[in-house]
Design a protein. Structure first.
Length: 457
């Protein structure tokens, strides 16, 4: 046990080759070996400069070397450099690598698409296999990693258990019918003897776990067969979903949602400061100010009825109606979050007609105990609700929706044996990344995006 503690408490890497990030932090004066890819190279008569990056840090490392050593260096090449860190006279870095030897591990010629210049996001999307080599792609992936790390740390620190929900399922939790049906075998027969689908949500299975573990969350891919080409939709995306037992009203659920968003945002701002500065400079000049504001103040809270009243009194002309009972459209959500509130806002207690069967009805019989979290410039990020924990009302809703009772009997059993009041929410992870980066299309924040008529790689 002592050996185990020692092994996992040390900050020293167990891997043989130190990263550029760790080397720059250590400020070593010993001879070192650096591995990475050449971002750019400038060759002069007396000296050559190369920008080397291994993906672990935004700024990378400037290497100075004799022009004869730089003869085989080209943009995109993978290299191993040996030398010593010295103080740099340049404004962009405090240290640089004085190179004594060069080894080219992988060559790259002039056809390499990411030569040193600005590239459009649309162009980068056509070369997803190389997109992580540039500043935008690499920054997105590091922020994506930090955000996932932040959420996991939040839930672990609040005694949530991470659970793994199935990707293959026999149910459509949202009831919208936008599911990918699967088949197996050479004859494409029903492999499971009944229809099976790629999951649209891990919620129902997370509820299964919450009735035993009290607080759970799941984080994984979900799939929607929605033929949409908007900047907010993908066929495959990631959801973070949490379920909490022993709560009987929305307020504590809103508190947990708000804290998880704020603490994760704060974690990313601390860990990826250089990346956020990059996006603030080149993508959205209000990004850092907006993120700071979102973690300094509580989120606004209003009911759907109050939101409709605000929209009806607004001077803005909307394309879609703002009558009570109508669904809030993207234009309404953005007005409420961006124009009216100027920061994240919870909208609660929506009309019962437009919501899924699993949401618990309020006492007025007209609304359900649910919420959406709306963010400036993004719109809806989170959806959540109190779950219907009573057997009879849930059974009636399933029957009224024309759903197959056999497929949901296990879900009803959770209400039959030791039911507990509970609620939960789901965060669209890619939309959260749009919030963190200022980018406007979810295709820019997922490594290999999938949408209708597009499944490359």
């Amino acid at each position: 046990m002592n050996c185990f503690k020692r092994l996992y408490s040390t900050k020293r890497s167990l891997l043989p080759n130190p990263t550029i990030k760790s080397l720059l932090a250590a400020k070593s004066t010993e001879p070192i070996t650096v591995h990475g890819w050449v971002r750019s190279v400038r060759k002069q008569k007396q000296i050559a400069f190369a920008d080397i990056n291994d993906g672990t840090t935004f700024k990378g490392l400037q290497a100075t070397l004799d022009p004869t050593l730089a003869e085989r260096l080209t943009t995109g090449a993978c290299v191993e450099l040996q030398g010593q860190l010295i103080s740099s006279p340049g404004k962009e870095q405090t240290q640089e690598l004085q190179v004594s030897s060069v080894r080219v591990l992988g060559e790259s010629d002039e056809s390499y698409p990411l030569q040193k210049k600005r590239h459009t996001l649309e162009f980068l999307r056509t070369i997803n296999h190389l997109r992580p080599r540039g500043n935008t792609g690499a920054s997105v992936l590091r922020i994506r990693s930090a955000a996932a790390e932040g959420f996991r740390h939040f839930f672990a620190s609040h005694e949530f258990t991470q659970v793994d929900t199935p990707i293959l399922t026999s149910s459509d939790c949202e009831g919208a019918g936008e599911v990918f049906q699967i088949a197996g075998g050479k004859e494409q027969a029903a492999f499971f003897g009944k229809p099976a689908y790629l999951t649209v949500s891990g919620q129902l299975h997370a509820e299964m776990m919450a009735t035993a573990l009290s607080r759970v969350y799941t984080f994984g891919p979900v799939f929607r067969a929605e033929a949409s080409l908007t900047s907010r939709h993908l066929a495959e995306f990631w959801m973070l979903e949490a379920e909490l037992a022993f709560i009987d009203k929305l307020a504590p659920l809103l508190d947990v949602t708000e804290a998880s968003i704020q603490e994760t945002t704060r974690h990313v701002m601390q860990k990826c400061a250089d990346e956020l500065q990059f996006f603030n400079r080149f993508v959205d000049k209000s990004l850092l100010e907006r993120l700071e504001r979102s973690i300094e103040k509580p989120f606004v809270r209003m009911t759907y009825t109050e939101a409709i009243d605000i929209l009806q009194r607004a001077k803005t002309r909307f394309e879609f109606p703002t009558t009570w009972g109508s669904s809030l459209q993207s234009e309404h959500e953005r007005y409420l979050a961006s124009d009216y509130c100027g920061r994240p806002v919870f909208v609660t207690d929506y009309p019962i007609e437009h919501k899924p069967f699993y949401m618990r009805a309020n006492e007025d019989g007209k609304t359900v105990a649910c919420f959406d979290l709306l963010l400036p410039k993004i719109g809806e990020l989170v959806g959540g609700s109190m779950r219907e924990e009573r057997y009879a009302p849930l059974e009636a809703k399933i029957r009224a929706a024309g759903m197959n009772m056999e497929d949901y009997q296990w879900y009803l059993d959770l209400r039959k044996y030791g039911t507990a009041p509970h609620g939960g929410y789901g965060i669209g992870f890619e939309r959260f990344l749009l919030w963190l980066t200022g980018l406007e299309n979810v295709r820019e924040v997922v490594p290999v995006p999938r949408w209708v008529n597009h499944c490359k790689y």
